[in-house]
Each structure stands twice: as C-alpha cells, then as structure tokens.
Design a protein around this ligand. Structure first.
Ligand SMILES: Cc1cc2nc3c(=O)[nH]c(=O)nc-3n(C[C@H](O)[C@H](O)[C@H](O)COP(=O)(O)OP(=O)(O)OC[C@H]3O[C@@H](n4cnc5c(N)ncnc54)[C@H](O)[C@@H]3O)c2cc1C
Length: 291
C-alpha cells in the first residue's frame, strides 16, 4: 500500500505553522512524528493533500525547567523523554509510560503531543500526564490558552482543539516532597501492541500522620477517553497510607469509576478486574517512591 501524494510544509516557527494552518483550514493535517498520521493516510482512513510538519520548530521539542514547573514541548519524543534527567528524576511515571509505548523505532519518532492529539482511550502517555496534573498549552494565530489535560479529550480521536489551533506543549508542576507516582500498562505482548488497560497513580503522604494527603489516579482503555478515577481518589484522601487503603481504592476504581467494553483485546469483566489490581499496585509503588 503506497502513501498518497501530498504537499509537505515544514515551518520553522510556531507563527508560520499557525499561519499555514489558518490559510489551509481543515484541508491541512498537522504532523509530528507521523506514526499515526502516515499509517492512517496509507490505510485511507484519513485524507489530505497538505501536511504541515512541526518537527523543524525547535522550541516545540524542548523540555525546560523553571523553579516550580517543567514545560514539555509537544514534539518531544518518547526516546527523548525517557532519557531526560528531569523526567527521570521528577516524573518517573512519564518515563515509564514513554518506555511502554511501541518499539524502539516508534519511540524514536512518536511524540508526546501526537500521542495526546491522537486521543486514543489507550494512549500510553495520557494517564501519566493526568496524574501529574498537567495543563495542555494551546495556540492559534490570535490566542493562547491552557486547559487541564483531563478536559482536553472529548471522545475517541476527538480533542478540544479547534481547526486553527496547535498543541504547543504541557505545563507540569514539580511534584511536592513526600510524593511518588507509578504507571503500569497491561498488554498482551511487550511492545507494538495497544494495551488492554493502563493505570497511573500519584500519591502524596504526610510522614508524621502516615496519611494520604493527595492522590490522583488515571485509567486508560476503560471509557471513551482516558479518565480520572475520582471516586477512588476521594475514598483514599485522608486514609492511612497502607496496603488495605490501596486495595479499597482499587475496588472503588474497579466498581465505580470505570465502564469498560468488550472488544477483541479483552472482555469488559477482565478489564474491570485488572483496573482493581493495577490501581492497587500503582498506589503501592507510588507510596514506596514517596517514602
Ligand atoms: C507500530 C506502532 C505501535 C504503536 N504502539 C503504541 C503504543 O504502544 N501506545 C500508544 O499509546 N501508541 C502507540 N502507537 C501510536 C503512535 O505511535 C502514538 O500515538 C504516537 O505518540 C503519535 O505521535 P506522533 O508524533 O507520531 O503523531 P502524529 O502521527 O504525527 O500525529 C498524531 C495526531 O495528532 C495530530 N497532531 C500531532 N501533533 C499535533 C500538535 N502539536 N497539535 C495538534 N495536533 C497535532 C496529528 O494531526 C494527528 O491527528 C503505535 C503506532 C505504531 C505505528
């Protein structure tokens, strides 16, 4: 199967990319690593004769740290993020998620922004970004805005972006002391396989009272978009940071937060059971890191 012909634009600034997007309207497709776009074009699932590549815009690939915030450019690749010292040190669940995605070849091309804009309910980096309370940074020719990442996804393949907007990056607060996080994806094989379920958990605890101060739990592949397990989070806040509390949170996530479907990758019942197990495991691992 051959790729159809298209005109390729490679702007070197965000302004030029936005201008191109505005002038070509919905006919043009943005492309980062191309690991989704080019496959879909080849399979004739999507059609376009104009592609705007974002890869020559240097600032979109940068990972920058200020005192209390890290900004990840939309075009940072999985390989780049996994090797980044600040991601390894402060956002280890993002590192794990990036390492879980696809094969070496895919990770060298696939970007974090592309993973989010593709808006798959199974997208590996999305729960990891959600648990660190990331904000998505969005630009159009005449506006800049930010949005909590949990509000960015509108359905499978659908985001809050309007046709003239580009996702430019992610803003993440540096996690507080005595906090930890973990991410697990369950797939049928080790790589190049869309996961059956994926779970990320963040936990902050008080070392004096040994109670959970704050937690965020995100679930993938169990609803039309990745979701926060709010019932489980509310149940866990203020509880002793110990195995029985993590088990109860897992049970709440399994019974109350997720609504999986049956498909060829797994039954709804299996997915639901695994959400209970992985929620507990990620919370336990997050707690070990927090200690
Ligand atoms: C063999 C294979 C294995 C894979 N395995 C996994 C896996 O294990 N887990 C997983 O989650 N995914 C997997 N994927 C899917 C894909 O690799 C990821 O979703 C990847 O992160 C997409 O990034 P990209 O840069 O290649 O996106 P692209 O293909 O360039 O773009 C994806 C979508 O986002 C839009 N877009 C890109 N950047 C922007 C932007 N800045 N602003 C607005 N819109 C934008 C594009 O128009 C397109 O609709 C796999 C794909 C392949 C081919």
């Amino acid at each position: 199967m051959l790729l159809p012909k298209f005109e390729l634009h490679e702007p070197v600034s965000i302004e030029d990319a936005l201008e191109l997007k505005q002038s070509h309207g919905t006919d043009a497709r943005l492309m980062a690593g191309g690991t989704d776009v080019l496959v879909l074009l080849k399979k004739k699932v999507i059609f376009t004769d104009t592609i705007i590549s974002l890869l020559q815009i240097k600032e979109l690939s940068q990972i920058t740290q200020t005192n209390d915030t890290v900004i990840i450019g939309t075009c940072a690749t999985m390989a780049q993020l996994s090797a980044s010292p600040v991601i390894q040190e402060k956002f280890s669940a993002i590192k794990t998620a990036c390492q879980s995605l696809g094969s070496h070849l895919i990770r060298n091309r696939a970007t974090i922004g592309g993973n989010c804009c593709n808006a798959s309910p199974a997208g590996d980096t999305i729960p990891a970004l959600m648990i660190y309370d990331a904000k998505v940074m969005i630009e159009s020719a005449d506006n800049k805005r930010e949005l909590p990442i949990k509000d960015f996804f509108k359905g499978p393949g659908k985001t809050d972006l309007t046709p003239n907007e580009i996702l430019t990056g992610f803003k993440l607060p540096i996690p507080p002391a005595n906090s930890g996080a973990h991410y697990i994806q369950l797939g049928k094989r080790q790589s190049s396989e869309i996961n059956v379920v994926n779970v990320g958990s963040f936990l902050e605890y008080d070392p004096d009272t040994k109670k959970v101060l704050n937690t965020r739990i995100a679930l993938g592949s169990v609803a039309a978009t990745p979701i926060r397990a709010e019932k489980a989070e509310n149940l866990l806040k203020g509880k002793p940071a110990e195995e029985s509390s993590f088990y109860d949170a897992g049970e709440a996530a399994r019974k109350e937060d997720c609504k999986p479907i049956d498909d060829f990758r797994g039954s709804a019942a299996y997915r639901q059971a695994m959400i209970g197990v992985l929620t507990k495991r990620t919370l336990q691992a997050a707690f070990e890191q927090a200690k």
